[in-house]
Design a protein around this ligand. Structure first.
Ligand SMILES: [Zn+2]
Length: 346
């Protein structure tokens, strides 16, 4: 089969690899129909995250069950499914708490040992607990499938940020970061009933999507200027701040502008964010910091129900679609910020 393989900084290639196959009875093989390139893939693509040549790539995919192991109970050949970006057993202490990303038996797609989502097929361990079954009628509804695909990561991650920041109906919310996760954070905050949603970002194409998703205001300043604007336009700071980048500047903005007694929900993979923490202010103003890698499996059914009901559609984050052979072009476009998020259509 063909799959995307990492070869080094700025170098991913689509090449032949061994076919995905059932190994353990709890495995299923998913023939991939849709996948994504993610902002977090850019960390290894840019050489900022440890990734070895030969490792598989991609952690966002959906498709059709090609084969189910003898121990798989709830899924069968032909079922349409999507996969959260981590697999999990659904039974351990952490899965039962809705923290599947800390699953004792779980893991992540791609890398040295697992198939990645940017390929023709994936062996899915712990299939029953991990994969989310889709109703048969979505099979040929491309518009609906595009709206479901972000539930594999960015929509669940944006939702996690909003929950961790304590977004409540009527709240004033700030979203730091205008990538796909930040934009989904805007959508999640609106879904949770926020009254004002202020996006901190500056790319015109992304600002347009943010407006469509419910942002009421946009601030293009950064750093201390952005904090001053935020404190001024909200008379003391937003109740909830979603930090969706992970660098020093974004965390400094988030912890610098949050209203006393409020919370920062952080979901950006931390690369320097720890240096941006204004702990002295957080201490003085009782500002909470909650977040982490998002247990999107925990939110899957709830968000899927709203997508199927036509109440939630994060698909505008996809502004470039490529075929499998063109995945390298997708990486290059996201790296150059020419695309917000790339969909791979197989
Ligand atoms: Zn578990």
């Amino acid at each position: 089969m063909k799959a995307t393989v990492f070869h080094g900084k700025g170098d991913v290639r689509v090449e032949n690899v061994p076919d995905a196959a059932v190994v353990r009875p709890s495995d299923a093989v998913v023939r991939v129909t849709h996948a994504c390139v993610c902002g977090s893939d850019l960390w290894f693509y840019r050489g900022d995250a440890p990734w070895e040549p030969g490792w598989r790539t991609g952690h966002e995919f959906m498709g059709v069950i090609e084969e189910a192991g003898a121990g798989v109970r709830t899924l069968k050949k032909g079922d349409h499914v999507f996969a959260p970006f981590a697999y999990s057993d659904g039974t351990c202490e952490f899965c039962r708490k809705g923290l599947q990303t800390s699953c004792l038996g779980g893991g992540y797609w791609g890398g040295a040992d697992n198939d990645g989502g940017q390929g023709e097929a994936v062996r899915a361990p712990l299939a029953d607990a991990t994969l989310v079954k889709l109703p048969a009628e979505v099979a040929n509804d491309e518009k609906l499938l595009r709206a479901i695909l972000p539930l594999t990561d960015v929509m669940g991650t944006g939702h996690h940020a909003a929950l961790c920041a304590g977004v409540k109906p009527g709240a004033t919310v700030a979203v730091v970061g205008d990538g796909a996760v930040g934009l989904c954070g805007v959508l999640a905050a609106r879904r949770l009933g926020a009254a004002r949603i202020i996006l901190f970002g500056r790319h015109p194409d992304r600002i347009a999507v943010a407006a469509e998703f419910g942002a009421t205001e946009v601030v293009q300043e950064r750093g201390t200027d952005a904090v001053a604007r935020a404190l001024d336009m909200t008379a003391g700071g937003p109740d909830a701040v979603l930090e969706c980048v992970g660098n020093e500047g974004s965390m400094a903005m988030a912890t610098g502008m949050c209203r006393p007694g409020g919370a920062v929900g952080y979901v950006g993979v931390p690369y320097g964010a720890q240096q941006g923490l204004d702990l002295r202010r957080m201490f003085g103003e009782n500002i909470a910091l909650r977040g982490g890698v998002a247990p999107v499996r925990a939110y899957a059914e709830e968000l899927l129900a709203d997508v199927l009901a036509g109440k939630l559609d994060p698909s505008p984050v996809f502004d470039l679609t490529v075929g499998l052979d063109d995945v390298p072009r997708g990486y290059a476009a996201m790296d150059a910020r020419e695309a917000i998020k790339v969909m791979v259509k197989l």
